[in-house]
Ligand binder design. Structure first.
Ligand code: F6R
Length: 263
């Protein structure tokens, strides 16, 4: 795992944006896996800014979101689709039929989940998967005890996750306690993974993910099995890492090998 400890969330978002926009310039039909939540907002703002400066064209890009609540009416303001429209899609030029969400309506949701994964494979698989992480170590809505080989499916959400997200449902809407999420096995098939974590609430999850044993009690720890994961964390989220100084040295060495700075 590559671990990059940044001074601030802003710096972390700059780095993530550089990765995504760099990949887009090399591959205009980039396939992105996307997360909702507060963590990737800085990255999405930078993608929008690049598009406004005419430096980024998303017209050939495909996207697959990680998860969506089950049982919210389509277009509901608290749906993850509405969140993505508000914070990214309506500001850039991804064709609407290139945007994919896990299925949450209609008959036979499990069969539709298989179709969602087939769509992913049809466009060549996810090039870069963006991840946040829950305080309990979840990625997507893969809660503790999720199978590390799981595929896109319905999950019942944990109390902690419901509590963390309850603030979004103070308008009287019943908060769904189920969601459809890409599985951990699905996520691990992405070619490259960028996990972002900022702030003190992520200390325990980040320590367990990077330095703990691989365990379904910390689903993100399965990322240790992936050859191309970059964890972009700020100093606050990195506070529990025993080998923090080592990761900083590794990253400085990488930059010096790339000729960016002198060793
Ligand atoms: C949302 C998702 C979740 C979030 C996680 C962290 O699509 O995949 O796993 O990434 O709950 O949320 P924030 O970023 O709000 O702390």
């Amino acid at each position: 795992m590559e671990v990059i400890v940044c001074a601030t969330a802003e710096e972390g978002s700059d780095l993530a944006a550089k990765e995504v926009l760099g990949a887009l310039s090399r591959k205009p039909d980039l396939v992105l896996g996307l997360a909702t939540g507060s963590t990737p907002l800085g990255l999405y703002r930078r993608m929008i800014d690049a598009h406004r400066r005419v430096e980024a064209d998303f017209s050939k890009v495909f996207t697959f979101n990680l998860d969506e609540y089950l049982g919210l009416p389509p277009g509901h303001p608290q749906s993850y689709r509405a969140f993505m429209d508000q914070h990214l899609f309506r500001h850039i030029n991804i064709p609407p039929d290139h945007i994919h969400f896990p299925p949450t309506h209609g008959r036979d949701v499990p069969a539709q989940c298989e179709e969602f994964e087939r769509d992913m494979r049809r466009v060549g698989g996810i090039d870069i998967q963006i991840l946040g992480i829950g305080a309990d170590g979840h990625i997507g809505f893969n809660e503790p005890t999720s199978s590390l080989g799981s595929r896109t499916r319905v999950k019942t959400l944990m109390e902690e996750t419901l509590r963390d997200n309850a603030r979004f449902f103070n308008d009287g809407t019943r908060q769904p306690d189920m969601a459809v999420t890409m599985g951990i096995g699905t996520i691990l098939e992405s070619k490259r993974i960028l996990l972002l974590a900022f702030g003190t609430t992520k200390v325990r999850a980040i320590q367990s993910t990077i330095e703990g044993p691989i365990s379904n009690m910390y689903p993100a720890s399965a990322l240790q099995l992936h050859p191309r994961v970059t964890m972009i964390v700020d100093e606050q989220a990195a506070a529990g890492l025993a080998m923090r100084e080592y990761y900083k040295r590794v990253y400085r060495n990488k930059l010096s090998l790339e000729g960016s700075v002198m060793p």
